[in-house]
Design a binder for this molecule. Structure first.
Ligand SMILES: [Ca+2]
Length: 519
C-alpha cells in the first residue's frame, strides 16, 4: 500500500485509517487514539477529583473536569498482576488463568491490544507490566523488570534489557512522550498503555519532593484502631500499619549507624537505598537523616509509634502522588501541543484501590470498599462531562476500548462496553451486581481467599480455604464496613436473595470452582 504523503492532512489520514478500520469513507471519521494511564496502588482517597482533603492533584483532576468521573468503579481481583490480566482479557481471573502474583500470564490468549493491533492500531506498553511472561500484542514494549525500582530502574525494551537513570515516574513519562512523538507510525491510530510503578510500596519520593508535606499532620481515619469484631479474616491479616509496616523497608529508616532493626524486610530496605547513585543519596540523606535522628530521639512506643508510622506513610505516599500528578500534567501538555487532545481518549485509573489507614491498614486485596474500588477518570472528546454512577469493573475496559475503535467485542469477554455511558446515552438494564474473587493466600499480608457479590446497597463476602466465614454489609448504613450483619435475625431473606444472585454471577462467568465453597 502506498504511504500517504503527509499524516497531517486530515482527508488523507481519514481514508488511510478508516480503511484500516473498515469504516465507510462517507463517515470521514478519524479513529480515536487511546492513551490508557494506569498507576499502581493509587487510592481514590488521594485524587482531589474524588477527595480534596489529603492532596491536590490538579492535572489528574483536569481529566475529570474535561471528561467523566466514575463514582462506582471496581476491580475483579484487587492485586497487581491479576488486575492487569483482567483488564487485558476482559475476563475474570479464573478464565484468564492469572489468579495470583505467583502466576505466569498466558500471552497466547486473546487480549484487547491484540484485537486492536489486528484492526490497524499501533499498540505500545511502557512502564510496569508485572505479568512474568513477555508482552504480546504490542508493536512496542518498554517495561520494568518485575515490580521495578524507583531509582535508576532497568527496563526491558522490546525484549532487550537496558539501564535507565533517574526517578521512575519521570523516566516512564519521558519514554511515553518520546514514543508518541518519535517512535510510532503516525499513519495509524495508537493505543498506548502508560503504566506507572508509582505509588506502589515502598513509596520512595522523587528527590525534588522530599520536603513536601513535612509539616502536615493527618487526621486518623475513624476506624484506624479497628478491633475487627465479627470479621475473622480482617482480624487475621498482616497488613496493619501498627504491626506489619516495616520501619526500614517501608518507612526508610536505613540508618548509617545500623541501630534500627526491623525484621525480615530490613535488608531489602537497605538494598533499595543502595540502588541510588552517590549524588542521589546525598539529596536523600539530607531529608531522611533528619527524620531518622528525630525518630531515635523520640523513642516512641504504643499509640505514639503507630501514629508516627501512619504520618510518615502518608507523607511519603503523597509525595509520590505529587510526582505522578506532575507527570500526568506533562503528558496532557504534550498531547495539547501535539494537537492530539481532540482525537485521543485519555483514561486515568489504578490497578486497584489502597488503604490510607482505614481499618489500620496499608495495602489492598480485600473486597472492602477502599481496595475493591479504584479511581477511573476518562476524557472522551465529545463525550460525557460529569459523574457516571453506574457500577463498572476493570473487566469492562477492554470491551469499551474495542467498542470505541469499532472492533466487535468477542462474546467470551465477561466485561461489557460502557462506551454508551461515556457518550452520555441513556442505558437501560445496566448491571446491578458485581462479582469479585481474590486468590492470593497463603501469601504475604495473609489475606484469606474470598469471593463475593456487591449490589448498590449490600455486599456479601465468603472467606474460604482454611476458614469458612461469611460477611454481610449494608453499605448505606455502614459505609466503612465495620458491622458484619451476616446471621443476624431479619437478614435471612436478604442473604438468600444475595446468595441466589451470587450463584447467578458464578454461572454467568463460569467460576464453577468457587461454587463448591458456597455452602
Ligand atoms: Ca497494584
Amino acid at each position: 500500500m502506498e504511504k500517504p504523503l503527509s499524516f497531517i492532512a486530515v482527508p488523507v489520514l481519514a481514508i488511510s485509517a478508516s480503511s484500516l478500520l473498515s469504516c465507510t469513507l462517507k463517515e470521514e471519521k478519524r479513529p480515536m487514539n487511546i492513551l490508557y494511564i494506569m498507576s499502581d496502588d493509587h487510592s481514590y482517597q488521594t485524587i482531589s477529583a474524588y477527595n480534596d482533603q489529603l492532596i491536590k492533584t490538579p492535572n489528574i483532576d483536569r481529566i475529570a473536569q474535561e471528561g467523566a468521573r466514575f463514582t462506582n468503579s471496581f476491580v475483579a481481583n484487587s492485586i497487581s498482576g491479576p488486575s492487569r490480566a483482567c483488564m487485558l482479557t476482559g475476563k475474570h481471573s479464573h478464565a484468564n488463568g492469572f489468579t495470583d502474583n505467583s502466576s505466569t500470564f498466558d500471552g497466547s490468549q486473546q487480549t484487547y491490544p491484540k484485537l486492536l493491533q489486528k484492526a490497524g492500531y499501533e499498540t505500545a506498553i511502557i512502564g510496569k507490566w508485572h505479568l512474568t511472561s513477555a508482552p504480546t500484542g504490542f508493536d512496542y514494549s518498554e517495561i520494568l523488570v518485575g515490580q521495578g525500582d524507583y531509582y535508576n530502574a532497568p527496563f526491558i525494551k522490546n525484549g532487550e534489557r537496558i539501564k535507565s537513570e533517574g526517578y521512575v515516574t519521570d523516566v516512564i513519562t519521558d519514554k511515553a512522550i518520546d514514543w508518541m512523538e518519535n517512535k510510532r507510525d503516525k499513519d495509524k491510530p495508537f493505543c498506548l498503555l502508560l503504566h506507572h510503578k508509582a505509588p506502589h510500596r515502598t513509596w520512595m519520593p522523587d528527590l525534588q519532593d522530599l520536603e513536601l508535606f513535612s509539616d502536615r499532620e493527618f487526621k486518623l481515619p475513624d476506624n484506624f484502631y479497628d478491633t475487627y469484631e465479627g470479621r475473622q479474616a480482617a482480624a487475621e491479616q498482616e497488613m496493619s500499619i501498627i504491626k506489619d509496616m516495616d520501619l526500614v523497608y517501608d518507612l526508610k529508616l536505613a540508618d548509617k549507624e545500623n541501630e534500627i532493626h526491623s525484621g525480615a524486610l530490613e535488608q531489602a530496605g537497605r538494598n533499595m537505598y543502595n540502588l541510588m547513585t552517590p549524588e542521589q543519596r546525598v539529596a536523600w540523606d539530607k531529608h531522611y537523616d533528619r527524620v531518622i535522628a528525630d525518630f531515635k530521639e523520640a523513642n516512641l512506643s504504643g499509640k505514639s509509634l503507630a501514629e508516627w508510622k501512619y504520618r510518615q506513610y502518608m507523607r511519603d505516599y503523597l509525595r509520590v502522588i505529587h510526582s505522578v500528578d506532575r507527570n500526568i500534567g506533562r503528558v496532557l501538555q504534550y498531547l495539547e501541543n501535539a494537537g492530539l487532545l481532540e482525537n485521543t481518549m485519555i483514561v486515568y485509573t489504578s490497578d486497584q484501590g489502597f488503604y490510607m489507614g482505614e481499618h489500620g491498614w496499608f495495602d489492598k486485596r480485600f473486597m472492602y470498599e477502599e481496595s475493591f474500588r479504584t479511581p477511573l477518570l476518562i476524557r472522551l472528546p465529545g463525550g460525557k462531562k460529569g459523574d457516571i454512577e453506574q457500577m463498572v469493573q476493570n473487566i469492562d475496559y477492554g470491551p469499551t476500548i474495542l467498542d470505541l475503535a469499532g472492533v466487535p467485542v468477542p462474546s467470551d469477554m465477561h466485561g461489557v462496553s460502557f462506551l454508551p455511558l461515556l457518550r452520555g446515552e441513556k442505558v437501560d438494564n445496566w448491571r446491578t451486581a458485581l462479582y469479585y474473587h481474590f486468590y492470593e493466600y497463603p501469601a504475604e499480608h495473609a489475606v484469606k481467599r474470598h469471593y463475593g457479590i456487591r449490589t448498590e446497597r449490600y455486599k456479601l463476602i465468603h472467606f474460604y480455604n482454611d476458614i469458612d466465614s461469611w460477611e454481610l454489609f449494608d453499605l448505606q448504613n455502614d459505609p466503612s464496613e465495620m458491622h458484619n450483619i451476616y446471621g443476624q435475625p431479619g437478614t435471612e431473606q436478604l442473604v438468600a436473595e444475595l446468595k441466589e444472585k451470587l450463584v447467578g454471577l458464578q454461572k454467568l462467568y463460569g467460576d464453577f470452582n468457587a461454587m463448591k465453597y458456597n455452602n
